[in-house]
Design a binder for this molecule. Structure first.
Ligand code: CA
Length: 226
């Protein structure tokens, strides 16, 4: 899942981004409203975490502008205690939730997952197919009940494939969902992640395979029992 993080305080921005990346999110982290809009124009976003006080705009105006590009994108506003004005508390801001600085990173993550769950009834918290189970909250995958050791990128790839089994998912869409803009560059990163995940699935002898549709993308296929 891809999160757009807008926070002008560099140390806080990096701390949040590092935490969310470790927890399996692709994070585009920017410090200004104009950069946030530029990032939002080129790629889908699953959620926004934004600071209320930004150098070139305020967080609520930015959220309105972001929603004109991605209607209904779930948003969490981060604010200093003195930024808790009527507009925010009345939730007229359009934010789904807010969190007051200083905050605990685990709490921010929990709130982010909660707004994502509320936003998308299409998103399951757990997928099971072909002997594989993937828990989107703990990020743990198992094969016939045994732990499947995946990197966070492989786990994110498996999650995207499990969301739409049997359907071809384009490489562009997968790259948008798995890689933040700043890590784009290595053209073969997705292919390499697919190869590794394919090898691990085969090694665990599950009834799932990843088919390549040349020039288009990938498809997760459940093998029928013989
Ligand atoms: Ca700020």
């Amino acid at each position: 899942m891809r999160v757009l993080l807008v926070e002008d305080h560099q140390a806080i921005r990096e701390m949040i981004a590092d935490h969310l990346r470790e927890r399996g999110f692709a994070v585009d982290a920017v410090g200004r409203g104009e950069q946030a809009l530029a990032a939002a124009r080129v790629a889908p976003i699953d959620a926004v975490v934004l600071d209320l006080g930004l150098p070139d705009t305020d967080g609520i105006s930015l959220l309105t502008a972001l929603r004109s590009l991605h209607a209904d994108v779930p948003a969490i506003v981060v604010t200093a205690r003195d930024g808790l004005d009527e507009r925010l508390l009345g939730l007229n801001s359009g934010a789904d939730d807010y969190i007051v600085k200083p905050f605990n990173l685990l709490e921010l993550e929990a709130r982010l997952r909660a707004v994502l769950r509320r936003a998308g009834s299409r998103r399951e918290s757990r997928y099971t197919l072909g002997g594989v189970t993937f828990d989107t909250v703990t990020r743990e995958a198992t094969a016939f009940g045994r732990p499947l050791d995946l990197t966070r990128r492989e786990a994110a790839l498996l999650e995207e494939l499990l969301r739409m089994p049997g359907q071809v998912i384009t490489k562009d869409l997968l790259e948008d969902r798995l890689y933040a803009l700043e890590d784009a560059g290595s053209a073969n990163a997705l292919e390499a992640a697919v190869s590794r995940l394919r090898r691990k699935l085969a090694g665990a002898q599950v009834r799932l395979s990843i088919e390549t549709k040349w020039g288009i993308g990938y498809r997760l296929v459940e093998a029928t029992a013989r």
